[in-house]
Design a protein around this ligand. Structure first.
Ligand SMILES: [Zn+2]
Length: 51
């Protein structure tokens, strides 16, 4: 790939241009973390459990 700011050739996985400092969009990240929700749900379940 080339830096779209200064045209410097960069490796395809570069996330930043070493010449001009232009940052590129990060590649696709993993799926949105859903663990927090499920964890809080589990805690809610623990505390909200009638005994
Ligand atoms: Zn650049």
């Amino acid at each position: 790939m080339e830096c779209y700011n200064c045209g410097l050739k960069l490796p395809a996985d570069a996330d930043r241009c070493p010449r001009c400092g232009q940052r590129f969009k990060p590649r696709e990240q993993g799926p949105a973390p859903a663990e927090k929700t499920s964890l809080s749900d589990r805690i809610k379940g623990l505390f909200g459990k009638p005994q």
